[in-house]
Write a protein that binds this ligand. Sequence first.
Ligand code: AVJ
Length: 320
Amino acid sequence: MHKAAVQNLDRPQDDEFLADVLYGLSQTQKQLPPKYFYDQKGSEYFDEICELSEYYPYRTELTMLRDVARDLGNHFAGLAPQGLEIVEFGAGSLRKVGALLTSLGNVRSFTAIDISEEHLINSCRLLESQYRELSIHPCVHDFTKPLTIHTSDRTRLGFFPGSTIGNFNPGEASEFLHNAGATLGTNSYLLIGVDTKKPEPILRQAYNDNKGITAKFNKNVLERINRELDGNFNPIHFAHHAFYNEPEGRIEMHLRSLKEQTIKIAGHNFEFHRGESIHTENSYKYSPDEFTSLAQESGWSKQHLWLDSDELFAVYLLQY
Ligand code: AVJ
């Protein structure tokens, strides 16, 4: 895998970042798209979040994937004569796909799609050193947008772990699932991790950790605006605020202004009242029934559902 082999299909450009920020901060409820969390620094903070005791989704799913991979091995035995091609959406640090690569045995090709180029390349290099026979294709792309990838005779298995789908509202999630089906093709599969609904304290603590890493992750988007878009946010004057919005079934993350202030970004002024917030992320939680219907409405049928014993997390195998 050489640098030249990296596909840059739809890398978000600086002017798009600027346009999204100017638009988001002009809304009555100020907001920023969560995909901008993941520059190099933000991707590192997210990896730290995954090590936190409060953040159950990462370790729960990782533990489940061992069983899932074994079941998938049985499922695909005889079903994928040309071998499998795995396509991971939002690949991040690639710490989960290894469980599948090891147990499935017949994976020939792996396409890793992520928005954070440097992080993606480093992760692919590491994976390459561990799976020398595997053909690895890093692809820098914003997976919130449709994507066409090369075709082969192999059985395609999309992989979308971590409940990243929770960042979309249900309408956008359905659109993503449709697009993923179009990208992967008829009869392809999607293995997708989805956070479940559960008692509020567990959810709240997962996004309000004791070490304050989630707060740093959240505030990093302000520092990124300062670095890349000539902004003058002082993160000290904003507070991390995360809570479960029960009627909407989602965790919301906000950055709340601790005082009245004016922020300048690329020559534009934005006024903040004391207590006014920027809504930085939604993280939707789905019961198995809710998610199964969403998948069905989006062209996918449920083949398998795995839940851990505490029902903290769900992994679905869907077919298009
Ligand atoms: C990567 C979107 C699944 O919503 O749990 C973690 C991101 N935000 N802590 C999530 C996140 C705050 C995470 N997802």
